[in-house]
Design a protein around this ligand. Structure first.
Ligand code: ANZ
Ligand code: ZN
Length: 837
């Protein structure tokens, strides 16, 4: 009988062995775990604390494959940690405010609260059914007043720390979502949610001053163990650039001076002209009597910033600028250079004036060509390794050189790599009193107002005499009314007849509540803190507990949060630390991003109609098969194409594990089999214990499963060779213990049956090193029948191993080199003879 047919336990040779029936064994175990609070954290022992966090789900419907995947990874990690002596905090909650609920309310007249809670219950039931070992006593929903009361409290804490601003500005408006968006939510000019083209509107809104932490947010990336890709996305988003402000004098007998802002002080010897923003005050003053200039200014004012900054086609280039009637002096060369106004220099960026370097900046280059200005070469291009490329020719070059290089024509800086020259010039600028080094960030403050109503109300009131005032903390929460009219156009909260009516907390006069809600990323920026005491109604979290548990030791979740959520949460922890509420500098010490689950190469989505639901698999084969299939399919970081996976294959293997345990696992069975066969099985098992432990430490559950399969194969080989009793039970136990984090039900059921205890309470197995050693034997090497050497190889080594060892033997190799090997005669453990001709 072939092993495969044999494995199909329905027709096994021993009719007394019950068939593997996951649909019967899993649900009672799942219910027991919830009813008995099995995974509620117990910190009693001296187990090492470990905070394992997975990004809490958004309740958009039932769990999708992405959830099943990340929870399978996360739960394997958590269960393994428990078996290796950790007290694991493993909480669960829902990111329950947000637009989809509100849109469903608008479209289908459903109450967002009911819609959200129904979806949460559906997801909670699936999470339990799939056996994910969350601590249900931590459960929270960000839409509960008991939660958002503290979201509002944090807003006030930030307000009192001076980290909340009310600013008027051009904001991103998404017409589809009918709300403003943060910069982080605009991708290529479109809303990251709805894909609508984002409009710019002038609005007065609330901002969190995340830019106050720009430097620290950047520097501390070096202290956390996150994927490089995520760190570099954050680095780019924060966008630190070093540069200088350098003072240029006007070349006349006035004492007028103008400061420029540059990120490339190293190029100053190539500054062949000077450009002001057309609206620069010094220019307006000096050109006041020039009617031609007034016309030019008028024309420029009709262009948008974006048009002004664009590089232009040949035909329009000459329209950009206006020659001014004075010159400037380059402090480094002492040269007089012509001054222009040009539209591509903006007044509200840097200092509103630049030194123009045609050789190194594309817009300067185009402007120089259009106006016959000198292009002066001050850099000799190199590749990234510093090897010189062809020198630039100012007469024939067609675009600016923006790559690396070494300095030429730059006085004492000649020969320096550009970065070195930049540092030296910044130092010299300061020494000579011509300016100073500066640091700039691309990061902008976080706009948190949303004109939406399924969110946490902003706890501010607007008083005609006192202005915007914070709601006192003891009046929180500012609750969402439960009678909002979700069908109005615009914001239901703003349209509510009484919500806004209040009195000013300072003067007692009539005042109006702010009717915006907070960006839901505010809710999710601190949920990992609330998990420490989700039902405490006296404080957001106990400081001591935050001290003990933060930072989160391992965070798991999607790379789509690389910037938004992960950056905001980092900002919150730093700001809350500075208010004395937490001790940690960072929220998440380590981060694991899972790959995507795709189908036939494309993303699964409802609209594409190519969804595979986790339930499709678990209802047919059980939760263990679903979890095993997901984790076997790839390493966690890699994508899984569902077209390539085989739930039925996984199910067959689990059925084999089942059969082997019931047939061979009986504690009464006496030891049997030849010593070599017993030793071989034990060695196979203990080698795998070592290797699988390693895989678990690196989250390589796919290769771990492959090795567990090798143990079941070795067990069947041993059985056929007559091995029975302790060695076989040891192999069966090793598989159950190391499979328990991945397939928690079958392993629990079998362990209970064979040992009368829970597999999940067992310690992780340890390899017995003494069993790993392999006997070696000396094999004689002959070439054409003459003994030419002797090699030591593992007993039982096959021909290819022996041949490789012989080739590596100096003496044998010399004779082997005399011709071509025509034939190999191998007598295992004794002799190998090469016939060479
Ligand atoms: C000289 C130079 C030489 C520059 C070179 C670049 C390349 P970021 O990195 O975005 O901050 N700049 C400065 N102020 C400006 C303004 N108000 N409007 C338009 N452009 C302005 O850009 C900094 C660079 O943009 C500065 O460095 C300046 O040009 C220009 F090979 O100075 B640079
Ligand atoms: Zn007032």
């Amino acid at each position: 009988m072939s092993p495969d047919a044999h494995a199909d336990a329905t027709t096994g040779p021993d009719a007394s062995v019950a068939r593997y029936d996951p649909l019967a064994i899993e649900p009672p175990i799942a219910s027991r775990w919830v009813d008995e609070g099995t995974y509620e954290l117990d910190c009693a022992g001296d187990d090492e604390r470990f905070y394992a966090l997975t990004m809490f789900p958004y309740p958009s419907g039932d769990l999708h494959m992405g959830h099943a995947e990340i929870f399978s990874i996360h739960d394997a990690l958590v269960r393994h940690l428990r078996m290796t002596g950790h007290a694991v905090l493993n909480p669960i909650g829902w990111d329950a405010f947000g637009l989809p609920a509100e849109n469903a309310a608008r479209k289908r007249g459903e109450n967002p609260d009911e819609w959200t809670r129904a979806n949460i219950e559906e997801q909670a039931a699936s999470i339990r059914r799939l056996g994910f070992s969350f601590d249900w006593s931590t459960r929270l929903h960000t839409c509960d007043p008991e939660y958002y009361r503290w979201t509002q409290w944090i807003f006030l804490e930030l307000f009192h720390a001076g980290l909340v601003d009310r600013k008027e500005g051009l904001v991103n408006w998404c017409p589809g979502c009918e709300t403003v968006l943060a910069n982080e939510q605009v991708v290529d000019g479109r809303c990251e949610r709805s894909d609508d083209l984002v409009q710019r509107r002038p609005l007065t809104q609330w901002y969190f001053r995340i830019t106050d932490y720009a430097e620290e947010l950047l520097d501390d990336l070096d202290t956390i163990d996150w994927p490089d890709r995520v760190k570099s996305m954050q680095r780019n988003w924060i966008g630190r650039s070093e540069g200088a402000e350098i003072t240029f004098e006007v070349a006349d007998d006035s004492d007028d001076e103008v400061v420029v802002y540059t990120t490339r002080p190293d190029t100053i010897f190539g500054a062949t002209y000077f450009v002001f923003a057309p609206e620069h005050p010094l220019v307006l003053a000096r050109m006041a009597d020039d009617p031609g200039y007034a016309d030019y200014l008028e024309e420029v004012s009709r262009r948008s910033d974006i048009e002004r900054q664009a590089t232009l086609g040949e035909d329009r280039r000459d329209k950009r600028g206006h020659r001014l009637d004075f010159d400037m002096v380059n402090p480094f060369t002492g040269e007089t250079i012509p001054a222009f106004a040009a539209d591509y220099v903006l007044m509200d960026y840097g200092t509103g004036a630049i030194m123009a370097v045609p050789v190194g900046d594309q817009r300067d280059f185009e402007f120089a060509r259009a106006n016959d200005l000198e292009v002066r070469v001050i850099i000799h291009p190199t590749d990234d390794e510093g090897n010189h490329l062809d020198p630039l020719d100012p007469d024939t070059m067609e675009e600016a050189w923006v790559g690396p290089g070494t300095m030429v024509g730059s006085g004492e800086y000649d020969g320096m790599p550009w970065q070195e020259a930049k540092a030296a010039i910044i130092d010299d600028v300061a020494d000579k009193g011509w300016g100073r080094g500066t640091v700039n960030f691309r990061l902008r403050d976080w706009l948190i107002s949303r004109q939406r109503s399924w969110g946490a109300p902003i706890p501010m009131v607007h008083c005609a005499s006192c202005g915007p005032r914070p709601v006192p903390a003891d009046q929180l929460p500012v609750e969402l009314p439960d009678d909002l009219d979700w069908t109005v156009s615009g914001s239901p909260l703003a349209a509510h007849p009484t919500f806004a009516e209040t009195t000013c907390p300072d003067c007692g006069g009539p005042a109006r509540r702010d009717t915006d809600t907070m960006d839901t990323f505010v809710d999710s920026s601190w949920y990992f803190l609330r998990y420490l005491s989700p039902t405490d109604d006296t404080r957001a979290w106990p400081r001591e507990k935050a001290g003990a548990w933060l930072p989160v030791d391992q965070y798991t979740g999607g790379v789509e949060h690389a910037i938004l959520h992960l950056l905001y949460a980092r900002f919150f922890v730093k700001a809350l630390r500075d208010r004395g509420h937490v001790a940690a500098d960072e929220p998440f010490q380590a981060l694991l991003n899972q790959g995507q689950v795709i189908l036939d190469g494309s993303r699964m989505s409802k609209s594409r109609g190519n969804l595979v639901r986790p339930g499709d698999v678990s209802e047919e084969y059980g939760a263990d098969t679903l979890r095993g299939t997901i984790l076997f399919a790839s390493a966690p970081e890699d994508d899984i194409d569902w077209a390539d996976v085989s739930p039925s294959g996984m199910n067959k293997w689990l059925a084999r594990v089942w059969r082997l345990n019931l047939e061979l696992g009986d504690a009464e069975v006496a030891d049997g089999g030849a010593d070599v066969d017993v030793a071989e099985l034990r060695r196979a098992v203990h080698q795998r214990i070592l290797a699988v432990s390693d895989d678990y430490d690196q989250f390589k559950y796919n290769t771990a499963i492959a090795k567990l399969m090798e143990i079941t194969n070795a067990t069947m080989d041993a059985e056929r060779a007559g091995v029975a009793g302790g060695a076989v039970r040891e192999a069966l136990d090793a598989v159950l213990l190391m499979l328990a984090p991945i397939c928690p039900f079958i392993t629990e059921e079998l362990w209970q049956r064979r040992h009368g205890a829970s597999v999940h309470d067992q310690a992780w197995p340890r390899a017995d090193e003494s069993l790993l050693e392999v006997d070696t034997v000396d094999v004689i090497v002959q070439v054409n029948g003459k003994v030419r050497g002797k090699v030591a190889v593992a007993s039982g080594a096959d021909e290819s191993v022996v041949e490789a060892a012989a080739m590596a033997d100096d003496n044998a190799a010399r004779f082997l080199a005399e011709g071509e090997v025509r034939k190999v005669i191998h007598v295992p453990d004794r002799l190998v003879n090469f016939v060479v001709a």
